[in-house]
Design a protein around this ligand. Structure first.
Ligand code: ARG
Length: 457
């Protein structure tokens, strides 16, 4: 353990175990690029404002750039006994350029520095996740296009309800994920304000130019209150929330993929590269990937609650509790990236077994609503029509037949309104493809949805 920067006030060295407990470098070392980028912007502002000399700033910036290069090429390793990434970079800089390095921390504190670093790091991660989700939505819309005329049962209560197309079903997920993208963008926009220059909590007596730093870092502006600047972490909560919802959506989708790949459904088959076998049952092909995605949603929810709980009782401004923010939000970011990265190709490579979807749709009296609609369109009040249709279903169940196979005489014994065109009205494809209301399951409607989503991407 090297000497602490704050050693002046202390008579003893930190206990090793305490140092380990206190240190965050294992978690925050991944922010090195943000940390160095922020420091470079800070140093050049200090020089422009005449707070440090131009020569000093130049040496600092060159030193920082060299550290960045050495870290990226693994020539330089993180010192895991350092307190955090900020202390590590500053110590390394001073080691390289001597006392000039000690000028970098003028008019700033680790409190505003870390608040800036997390924002910059999460901004970059948000962009990556937005791109990845965009790719997933693209795969979904391509599949939806391919299966826009594939009839399957639509479910409520996991009971066959009405026929839909597989394309229509898939496009529901496209909508959810588009909202996820928009939520992440919102969070990104609000996090993209610079707290640097808030210093420890109260601002500074140096003539800093915070706006110039924010501009240099491509940020939307500055945090207007220095206390808030160093103690706000709600941007991390917002992102954690958006990511929790991403997991909710992926988890629901996974659940369906798991059901669909079972022998009970067999609507799809996952590619061998995206499923696993059993150690004992040779016949098995398990949807482990989808199950893991479903399972991992728990930790992402947990991270959101951990962040909220960490913040809730904190007095202003900075408290060390806040160091815990990173482990949670980084885990959410990592988990979502991992899941999306594998979910997208799993979906892309799965085989759709249209025949089984259609067969399942042909069972379960999925066209009973259409019998009622048929009568209603001919003047029977809907409630009466609904009852007649229900009685017909009960009749079919007793007789072990289906609505399509009843004779017209049988139909007429339930209502005189029935005519030969009933068979056309309850034909499975007609029931599906005629539902052409906005957002409905008809081919034109699904095409419209696909186009709209593609336009938004
Ligand atoms: N590692 C610390 C964190 O992540 C950096 C800020 C430390 N500030 C302090 N006053 N001790 O929060």
């Amino acid at each position: 353990m090297s000497e602490k920067m704050w050693a002046g006030r202390f008579k003893k060295q930190l206990d090793n175990e305490v140092n380990d407990f206190n240190s965050s470098i294992r978690v925050d070392c991944r922010m090195y690029r943000a940390d160095i980028g922020g420091s470079i912007a800070h140093a050049s502002m200090l020089a422009k404002q005449g707070i440090i000399g131009t020569d000093d700033a130049e040496r600092i910036i060159n030193g920082l750039e060299e550290i960045l290069r050495d870290l990226e090429s693994s020539k330089l390793q993180f010192d895991m006994t350092a307190e955090d990434i900020h202390m590590f970079v500053e110590a390394e800089l001073t080691k390289r350029i001597g006392d000039t390095g000690k000028k970098l921390h003028t008019a700033r504190s680790r409190n505003d520095q870390v608040a800036l670093d997390i924002r910059l790091y999460l901004r970059e991660q948000s962009d990556e996740i937005i791109d990845m989700l965009g790719d997933l939505v693209k795969v979904i819309t391509d599949k939806a296009e391919q299966y826009k005329a594939t009839v399957m049962p639509g479910y409520t209560h996991l009971q066959r309800a009405q026929p839909i197309t597989f394309g229509h079903h898939l496009m529901a997920y496209a909508q959810m994920l588009l909202r996820d993208i928009s939520r992440i963008k919102d969070a990104r926009d609000r996090m993209n304000f610079s707290p640097l220059g808030s210093c420890a909590l109260a601002g500074t007596t140096y003539p800093t130019d915070r706006i110039a730093v924010a501009k240099a870092l491509n940020m939307n502006g500055i945090c207007e209150n220095s206390l808030d600047g160093v103690s706000d972490r709600d941007f991390a909560v917002e992102l954690a929330n958006a990511l929790a919802l991403v997991m909710t959506h992926l988890s629901r989708f996974s659940e369906e993929i798991i059901l669909w790949s079972s022998w009970e459904f067999k609507f799809i088959e996952l590619d061998d590269a995206y499923s696993t076998g059993s150690s004992i049952m040779p016949q098995k092909k398990n949807p482990d990937i989808a199950e893991l995605v479903r399972g991992k949603s728990g930790r992402v929810y947990g991270n959101l609650i951990a962040l909220l709980t960490m913040l809730k009782g904190l007095p202003l401004a900075y408290n060390k509790d806040m160091q815990e923010d990173k482990e949670s939000i980084f885990d959410s970011v990592d988990t979502v990236k991992q899941c999306v990265a594998i979910f997208t190709p799993m979906l892309k490579t799965m085989t759709v077994i249209e025949k089984n979807m259609l067969e399942a749709a042909a069972k379960g009296f999925i066209n009973a609503t259409d019998v009622a609609d048929y009568l209603t369109k001919k003047g029977t009040p809907f409630r009466t029509a609904y009852k007649i249709s229900g009685t017909l279903v009960a009749y079919c169940i007793d007789k072990g037949t289906v609505l399509e196979k009843l004779t017209l005489d049988e139909y007429k014994s339930f209502s005189e309104v029935f005519d030969n065109d009933i068979y056309d009205a309850i034909n499975l494809e007609n029931c599906t493809f005629r539902r052409n209301s906005e957002g409905g399951t008809a081919i034109e409607s699904v095409e419209k949805q696909i186009k709209s989503v593609r336009d938004k991407l």
